[in-house]
Ligand binder design. Sequence first.
Ligand code: HEC
Length: 108
Amino acid sequence: MLTLLFMVACTGTADSGKTDDSSTGGGGDATNGEALFGSCAGCHGADGTGGIDIGGTPSTDLTVSVPAKTDAELEDIIKNGYGYAMPGQYSDAQEIADVIAYLRLTFP
Ligand code: HEC
């Protein structure tokens, strides 16, 4: 009984704590973002550390790069891609917000 209550309380905190302070307008769902990150992981690695050769360009280490970017910059990269080696990934505003919520949680 106590354990169940504790888990519910924890889940609520993890969700709402991260989505409310987003400058993209909020509403990012990190849990959905984790699933969406699957498409990033193919190039940046499941742990985000990158270094994978993509057509001659090494993928970026997201553990270093994400904390240095604003939400607006991340949104632009996810939507439009980056350089020659990374194509745009998502165009849906909600999906982009979800990915950013996951990135902020995972690579603070
Ligand atoms: C097809 C492979 C590929 C996929 C898929 C991909 N990336 Fe990338 N990404 C790269 C490469 C390669 C670079 C480095 C490009 C360069 O330096 O010109 C990069 C660069 C970046 C950068 C810029 C880093 C910096 O410091 O400027 C960010 C942020 C990033 N990726 C995030 C993501 C996210 C988030 C996703 C998923 C939504 C994703 N990437 C999907 C290959 C990929």
